[in-house]
Write a protein that binds this ligand. Structure first.
Ligand code: S3P
Length: 173
Protein backbone atom coordinates (compact mmCIF):
# COMPACT_ATOMS: atom_id res chain seq x y z
CA UNK A 1 0.00 0.00 0.00
CA UNK A 2 1.05 3.59 -0.65
CA UNK A 3 -0.49 6.19 1.65
CA UNK A 4 -0.49 9.49 -0.18
CA UNK A 5 -0.55 12.66 1.94
CA UNK A 6 -2.10 15.66 0.25
CA UNK A 7 -2.28 19.21 1.59
CA UNK A 8 -1.33 22.83 1.13
CA UNK A 9 2.25 23.99 1.74
CA UNK A 10 2.79 24.11 5.47
CA UNK A 11 0.06 21.59 6.31
CA UNK A 12 2.63 19.30 7.93
CA UNK A 13 2.84 16.57 5.29
CA UNK A 14 6.51 15.84 5.97
CA UNK A 15 6.35 15.83 9.74
CA UNK A 16 3.12 13.85 9.89
CA UNK A 17 4.29 11.53 7.12
CA UNK A 18 7.46 10.69 9.02
CA UNK A 19 5.59 10.10 12.26
CA UNK A 20 2.95 7.94 10.59
CA UNK A 21 5.49 5.88 8.65
CA UNK A 22 7.45 5.12 11.79
CA UNK A 23 4.29 4.07 13.64
CA UNK A 24 3.08 1.65 11.00
CA UNK A 25 6.49 0.37 9.89
CA UNK A 26 6.32 1.91 6.42
CA UNK A 27 9.03 3.78 4.54
CA UNK A 28 8.62 7.51 4.17
CA UNK A 29 9.15 9.40 0.94
CA UNK A 30 8.83 13.10 0.21
CA UNK A 31 8.13 13.72 -3.48
CA UNK A 32 9.92 17.11 -3.41
CA UNK A 33 13.03 15.49 -1.90
CA UNK A 34 12.85 12.73 -4.52
CA UNK A 35 12.66 15.33 -7.32
CA UNK A 36 15.61 17.23 -5.85
CA UNK A 37 17.63 14.03 -5.66
CA UNK A 38 16.85 12.98 -9.21
CA UNK A 39 17.37 16.45 -10.70
CA UNK A 40 20.34 17.22 -8.46
CA UNK A 41 18.88 20.67 -7.78
CA UNK A 42 16.74 22.25 -5.09
CA UNK A 43 13.08 22.95 -5.90
CA UNK A 44 13.93 26.64 -5.60
CA UNK A 45 16.66 26.32 -8.25
CA UNK A 46 14.46 24.22 -10.55
CA UNK A 47 11.83 26.98 -10.50
CA UNK A 48 14.48 29.68 -10.93
CA UNK A 49 16.39 27.98 -13.78
CA UNK A 50 13.55 26.34 -15.73
CA UNK A 51 10.24 27.80 -14.52
CA UNK A 52 7.11 26.25 -13.05
CA UNK A 53 5.95 24.42 -16.19
CA UNK A 54 9.19 22.44 -16.33
CA UNK A 55 8.82 21.64 -12.62
CA UNK A 56 5.23 20.42 -13.10
CA UNK A 57 6.28 18.11 -15.95
CA UNK A 58 9.04 16.60 -13.84
CA UNK A 59 6.72 16.33 -10.85
CA UNK A 60 4.27 14.20 -12.84
CA UNK A 61 7.03 11.96 -14.22
CA UNK A 62 8.54 11.34 -10.79
CA UNK A 63 5.14 10.84 -9.16
CA UNK A 64 4.38 8.05 -11.64
CA UNK A 65 7.83 6.56 -11.13
CA UNK A 66 7.35 6.48 -7.36
CA UNK A 67 3.86 4.99 -7.56
CA UNK A 68 5.14 2.26 -9.87
CA UNK A 69 8.20 1.34 -7.83
CA UNK A 70 7.44 1.81 -4.14
CA UNK A 71 5.33 -0.25 -1.74
CA UNK A 72 4.53 0.08 1.96
CA UNK A 73 5.35 3.75 1.79
CA UNK A 74 3.91 6.96 3.15
CA UNK A 75 4.30 9.44 0.30
CA UNK A 76 4.09 13.19 0.97
CA UNK A 77 3.21 15.09 -2.21
CA UNK A 78 4.08 18.72 -2.93
CA UNK A 79 1.21 21.11 -2.25
CA UNK A 80 0.47 21.49 -5.95
CA UNK A 81 0.96 17.89 -7.07
CA UNK A 82 -2.71 16.79 -7.00
CA UNK A 83 -3.79 19.93 -8.85
CA UNK A 84 -1.93 19.43 -12.14
CA UNK A 85 -1.75 17.10 -15.15
CA UNK A 86 -4.42 14.69 -13.95
CA UNK A 87 -2.12 13.57 -11.13
CA UNK A 88 -4.92 13.11 -8.61
CA UNK A 89 -7.00 10.98 -10.99
CA UNK A 90 -3.91 8.90 -11.72
CA UNK A 91 -3.36 8.25 -8.00
CA UNK A 92 -7.03 7.50 -7.38
CA UNK A 93 -7.02 4.89 -10.12
CA UNK A 94 -4.22 2.91 -8.52
CA UNK A 95 -5.56 0.02 -6.49
CA UNK A 96 -2.58 0.09 -4.08
CA UNK A 97 -2.78 3.81 -3.24
CA UNK A 98 -5.05 5.78 -0.95
CA UNK A 99 -5.20 9.54 -0.38
CA UNK A 100 -5.37 11.49 2.87
CA UNK A 101 -5.96 15.25 2.87
CA UNK A 102 -4.35 17.16 5.72
CA UNK A 103 -6.67 20.12 6.14
CA UNK A 104 -5.27 23.19 7.88
CA UNK A 105 -6.89 26.56 8.53
CA UNK A 106 -5.90 29.74 6.72
CA UNK A 107 -4.62 31.31 9.95
CA UNK A 108 -2.41 28.38 10.83
CA UNK A 109 -1.03 28.07 7.29
CA UNK A 110 -0.22 31.79 7.19
CA UNK A 111 1.52 31.68 10.54
CA UNK A 112 3.62 28.64 9.66
CA UNK A 113 4.47 29.71 6.12
CA UNK A 114 5.44 33.25 7.01
CA UNK A 115 8.33 31.83 8.99
CA UNK A 116 9.55 29.57 6.19
CA UNK A 117 8.52 31.11 2.90
CA UNK A 118 12.03 31.64 1.51
CA UNK A 119 12.49 28.09 0.27
CA UNK A 120 9.06 28.06 -1.40
CA UNK A 121 9.21 29.77 -4.79
CA UNK A 122 5.46 30.41 -5.07
CA UNK A 123 5.32 32.55 -1.94
CA UNK A 124 8.90 33.78 -1.37
CA UNK A 125 8.11 37.18 -2.91
CA UNK A 126 5.22 37.99 -0.56
CA UNK A 127 6.55 40.53 1.89
CA UNK A 128 3.88 41.10 4.48
CA UNK A 129 1.84 38.72 6.62
CA UNK A 130 -1.31 40.24 5.10
CA UNK A 131 -0.13 39.74 1.49
CA UNK A 132 0.75 36.13 2.26
CA UNK A 133 -2.64 35.52 3.88
CA UNK A 134 -4.50 36.98 0.88
CA UNK A 135 -2.48 34.81 -1.48
CA UNK A 136 -3.10 31.63 0.52
CA UNK A 137 -6.83 32.37 0.86
CA UNK A 138 -7.29 32.54 -2.92
CA UNK A 139 -4.88 29.73 -3.74
CA UNK A 140 -6.38 27.39 -1.15
CA UNK A 141 -9.85 28.09 -2.50
CA UNK A 142 -8.72 27.07 -6.00
CA UNK A 143 -6.89 24.00 -4.80
CA UNK A 144 -9.61 22.79 -2.43
CA UNK A 145 -11.47 21.45 -5.46
CA UNK A 146 -8.70 18.86 -5.81
CA UNK A 147 -7.79 18.34 -2.16
CA UNK A 148 -11.38 17.62 -1.19
CA UNK A 149 -11.53 14.67 -3.58
CA UNK A 150 -9.15 12.74 -1.30
CA UNK A 151 -10.51 9.53 0.16
CA UNK A 152 -9.78 10.54 3.76
CA UNK A 153 -9.61 13.94 5.41
CA UNK A 154 -8.00 14.89 8.71
CA UNK A 155 -7.99 18.33 10.30
CA UNK A 156 -4.56 19.27 11.62
CA UNK A 157 -5.29 22.51 13.48
CA UNK A 158 -3.61 22.72 16.85
CA UNK A 159 -2.87 19.02 16.92
CA UNK A 160 0.38 17.24 17.57
CA UNK A 161 1.72 14.98 14.74
CA UNK A 162 1.24 11.96 17.03
CA UNK A 163 -2.47 12.72 17.40
CA UNK A 164 -2.95 13.31 13.67
CA UNK A 165 -1.07 10.15 12.91
CA UNK A 166 -3.41 8.19 15.22
CA UNK A 167 -6.44 9.68 13.50
CA UNK A 168 -5.10 8.64 10.11
CA UNK A 169 -4.44 5.13 11.35
CA UNK A 170 -7.98 4.89 12.73
CA UNK A 171 -9.39 5.98 9.38
CA UNK A 172 -7.27 3.57 7.39
CA UNK A 173 -6.92 0.34 9.33
C1 S3P B 1 4.36 23.69 -4.22
C2 S3P B 1 4.64 23.13 -3.01
C3 S3P B 1 5.98 22.71 -2.60
C4 S3P B 1 6.83 22.37 -3.82
C5 S3P B 1 6.81 23.51 -4.80
C6 S3P B 1 5.40 23.87 -5.26
C7 S3P B 1 2.96 24.08 -4.53
O1 S3P B 1 5.90 21.58 -1.75
O2 S3P B 1 6.38 21.19 -4.45
O3 S3P B 1 7.42 24.60 -4.16
O4 S3P B 1 2.63 24.28 -5.72
O5 S3P B 1 2.14 24.18 -3.58
P1 S3P B 1 5.42 21.65 -0.18
O6 S3P B 1 3.93 21.56 -0.14
O7 S3P B 1 6.07 20.44 0.42
O8 S3P B 1 5.95 22.92 0.37
Amino acid sequence: MILVLIGYMGSGKSLIGNTLAEKIGYDYLDLDAYIEEQEKKTIKDIFQDHGEIYFRKKETIYLKEVLANFENTVLALGGGTPCFAGNLEFIQQKSNATTVYLQTSLDELTQRLYAEKEKRPLIAHLESHEALKDFIRKHLFERSFYYSQSTHKVNTDQKHPEEISKEIQAALF
